[in-house]
Design a protein around this ligand. Sequence first.
Ligand code: AMP
Length: 295
Amino acid sequence: LTPDDSLRQEISNNARVITDGEALRKAIHQERRKGRRIGLVPTMGALHEGHLSLVRAARKECDCVVVSIFVNPTQFGPQEDFRKYPRTLESDLEALAGADVRWVFVPSATQMYPEGFSTYVQPPKVASPWEGECRSGHFRGVVTVVLKLFLLAPADVAFFGQKDFQQLLVIQHMARDLNVSVDIRRCPIVREPDGLAMSSRNRYLNNVERQRALGLFHALQTVEQQVADGVRDTRGMVEAMQKTLTDAEISRIDYVTIADAETLEPIQRLDREAVALIAAFVGKTRLIDNCLLNV
Ligand code: AMP
C-alpha cells in the first residue's frame, strides 16, 4: 500500500484512511461542531504496543481518535536512519483495526512539505540540551511537523509517550508559547516483558544486540534502587548508570544524566522531581530510555 487516494478505505469501525489534510480538517470540524471531543495520536508508524497504549488512552478520553502516520523527513539528520526507518503501513492498519480509531491520517511527504516550503518553528529552550545537542535540527523538525499536525487535525487533546521525555517537554513548551489550544497528555512507557522500552527501532537489533539493549533498562533500575536506598547525591547514580551500560557492552553513550524534570538541567541532588535520561548506541542502533525519579 502507498499513501495515495486508493487508501481512502474503511478499515474497520468506520476508521477511514485519509491522505488529504484539508479533508481531515473538514471531517474533524464537522465532528467538533456536533460537540465531539477529538484526540490525536501522532506517530511515525511501525506501530507497537507503546503506540497502541496512546490510542487506548485517547479513546478513553475522546469520542473520535485520529492517528497520524508520517515518517517526518525534517527531524532526521543527514547521517540518520530516515531512508531505512521501517515503513509498515499495511500491518499498522491491521494493528489499528480493532482500536476504534476514526481516522488514520497518512499524508505524503510532498503534501506536508510541498515545493517551496520554507517556514520552520524555532524550538524552545528546553530543546537545547541532550537530544538537541546530539541530533542537530531534530527538534526543529519535530515542532514544525507537530504544529502542522495540530493545524490539520485540530484536536482537543494530543497524546504523547513519556518514552520521548524531552520531546514531550519541547511540544508542551511550543504549545504554550504559541497559544496552541490542544491539551498535551503524557502516557507511560510501555516495555517488553524483560524491560526493554518498546521502540520502532528495536527491530534493527540482532539477537546479541537485543540482549545488550537491556543495559539501558538495567541502568535505570540501578538508579531507582539507589533512590529507594535513600541516596540523594546524583554523581554516584550517573557513574552507576555508566558502569551498567559498559558492563552490558554498550560503549557508545551519547549521554547519561539526572536532570530536573521540568528544565532538563542536570542536578547534583535529588531535591525536586527529576528524570534519569539515557541515549546510547547498541551496535548501529541509537536507543533512548528514561525514568522519573520521585523522592
Ligand atoms: P514514534 O512513532 O516513535 O514517533 O512515536 C510516536 C509516539 O509514541 C510518541 O509520542 C512516542 O513517545 C510514543 N511511544 C513510542 N514508544 C513508546 C513506548 N514504548 N511507550 C509509550 N509511548 C511510546
